[in-house]
Ligand binder design. Structure first.
Ligand SMILES: [Zn+2]
Length: 410
């Protein structure tokens, strides 16, 4: 007779090995995986190899495939005792730059453990989360429980860039048919069902170069660019009026992030072109076709004040906002796991930035829950750390959530 789900979860939680999770996280932090386009050695290859070796040693079915040359994704399946649902545990292998190492109080890739914290670039974002996910799968394997279905661990490249890793993972069919995904990003082990989206665009204003002494012989694109920046503020006010503030995500925003026109060394030249970069952050309910239309209209109106000035709006990237139903199987499983492991009602928050989960949700239609170890504000800073207790707690939450999800999805 198969023991009931709760007693199987007991067995799995007892099998979560804190020392293993911490040692693995240390080991991963010590393998730098900052992507630097002009350095052939600086990418995710070495850390992906270490992760793949670890997963093979655990007996998983492991695939390593390049998302783009030199930037591998690691995909590993744990296969249950009988067929059933597919659940994805997702993380990324790249980390952002350490910046100036002398600004750190520990070596950024030293994997130093002190006062209950593991320090280093990627400790929170998100080698800690990846190690916790692997420790969870290891506990399920070691507990040798009866569990239907399949756990797919995806550790992909380039989350901190254009997210080519997760896009390739989806294009290659790895997300097909998944009943849900846990995105193991640092959210202080609190549950995120909503996530802001983003739209990045560049507005170009084209004039005619001329001598600053005879400006009327040219067309100056700079006032058009300035007018566009003004219009962005008005667009933002309009979006805030229309959509208000989301309870967990706050207000939408429209921010000019780049302003370029001419060169400082050429103060006496009317430039031929001026450019404005825009970063729009969206909340649930916002329509991207409308935003694209608004930005194009704003660029055209801004240019219309300068006769002869051309304008063009290019959308560089669209990352939809996401909202996962509280009724999804994965949501129920993670909430139950948090209640079980944390011994209290789960806390909820929203993800302020886009993650790989954005595309799993938007492109592959997979319901996502974002939760993982590490303070929300710590990633990308100096002296990044993850609390050891939180790392273990995450491994326990992931392990229980997998059991509840696969055990109930049938
Ligand atoms: Zn991350």
């Amino acid at each position: 007779m198969t023991p009931d789900l709760e007693s199987r979860v007991d067995g799995v939680l007892a099998a979560v090995d804190e020392t293993y999770a911490l040692e693995l996280a240390c080991r991963l932090v010590r393998i730098p995986s900052v992507y630097r386009p002009d350095d052939r050695e600086a990418n995710e290859t070495a850390v992906a190899q270490a992760i793949a070796d670890e997963l093979r040693a655990l007996g998983l079915e492991v695939h390593v495939e390049d998302a783009v040359p030199g930037r591998p994704n690691v995909i590993a399946d744990w296969i249950g005792s009988q067929s059933g649902a597919l659940l994805i545990l997702e993380g990324h292998s790249d980390v952002v730059t350490e910046g100036d190492p002398s600004a750190w109080s520990v070596p950024p890739f030293g994997g130093v453990v002190a006062e209950g914290r593991l320090y280093g670039r990627g400790a929170a974002d998100m080698k800690g989360g990846v190690a916790a996910a692997i420790a969870a799968i290891r506990a399920i394997r070691n507990a040798a429980i009866d569990l239907p279905g399949r756990i797919r661990l995806a550790v992909v490249a380039d989350e901190e860039g254009m997210m080519v890793g997760i896009k390739s993972f989806i294009r290659n069919g790895w997300a097909s048919g998944a009943c849900g995904a846990i995105i193991c990003e640092p959210e202080a082990n609190e549950i995120c069902l909503v996530q802001k989206g983003a739209l990045r665009a560049v507005a170009r204003f084209r004039g005619k170069m001329a001598h600053g002494a005879i400006p009327k012989s040219g067309v100056n694109p700079v006032p058009a660019a300035a007018a566009f920046v003004h219009r962005l503020a008005a667009l933002e006010r309009g979006y805030v009026m229309r959509h208000g503030a989301h309870g967990l995500l706050g207000e939408p925003s429209v921010t000019a992030t780049v302003l370029r026109g001419g060169e400082l060394a050429q103060l006496n030249v009317i430039p031929a072109e001026a450019t404005v970069g825009v970063d729009v952050r969206t909340i649930p309910g916002q329509d991207y076709a409308r935003i694209r239309g608004d930005l194009s209209a704003a660029a055209a109106e801004a240019a219309s004040g300068t006769p002869g000035c051309g304008n063009e709006l290019e959308v560089i990237e669209e990352r939809p906002w996401t909202e996962t139903s509280p009724d999804a199987t994965i949501t129920g499983a993670v909430e139950r796991a948090c209640r079980r492991v944390q011994g209290r009602s789960p806390r909820h928050r929203g993800v302020p930035g886009a993650t790989d989960g954005t595309f799993l949700h938007a492109w592959a239609g997979v319901p996502i829950v974002t939760i993982g170890p590490g303070d929300v504000t710590i990633p990308h800073q100096v002296d990044e750390f993850v609390r050891v207790a939180e790392l273990t707690e995450a491994a326990r939450i992931f392990a229980a959530a997998v059991c509840y999800c696969l055990g109930s999805a049938g």
